[in-house]
Design a protein around this ligand. Sequence first.
Ligand code: FES
Length: 227
Amino acid sequence: MTNARIVEVFHDTDGFLRAAIQCPPESVPSPGAYVMAVHPQITREPLATPLFLSGYAQSLKGFVAAPPIPESWQPGDWLSLGSTLGRGFLSSQSVSRLALVSLGSHCARLLPLAADALASGGAVSIFTDAPLPRLSPSIEARPIIDLPEAFAWADHIVLDSSLGELQSLNIETRESIPAHSEVLLHSPLPCAGLADCGICAVPLKLNKWAYACTDGPVFSYGELNLL
Ligand code: FES
């Protein structure tokens, strides 16, 4: 475990809480991967909290963790961080038109990909019905109803969604999502693979199963069984 310090806890314009966390570079999860955090002073939190990268803060050695953040966390508190875990996103730096799609309540976990794509000269659109955080003016935001336009425009699509949210898309939309699109699957990760709890089990095609905590949480869209 590595010691880390909460430097700031703040709400973005989407209304969700973030935490700026100071820690060594090896404890910063890559986009889509995660790190488990334990707050040693708050014993009423029985489980570790999975933290995903949402961004970097200026002059912060560490990272900004995406929601959800426990309401009890305060600036100045210490955390113990484990090793970074899970399969994150493939690099988006070679993508020239990136569509980010959040079917959930926020798009914070997708934002590091936007920053990387813009830095390498790409264009980025976000499709979501969720409230928006502060975004670069270079990012176009569209509602989910416009999603079919992403299939014609983007050369890579990345989604943040639960299995149920994907299943709730109409059949035509589901069949239009390219198989190589990446999905950051929203799933509870109570044991992060340590106890084999199975709560994060994900159905794959050909009657196979995977664990989101260790085999994901990023999957290729084409390998998921949405039936
Ligand atoms: S979270 Fe327990 S096996 Fe994945």
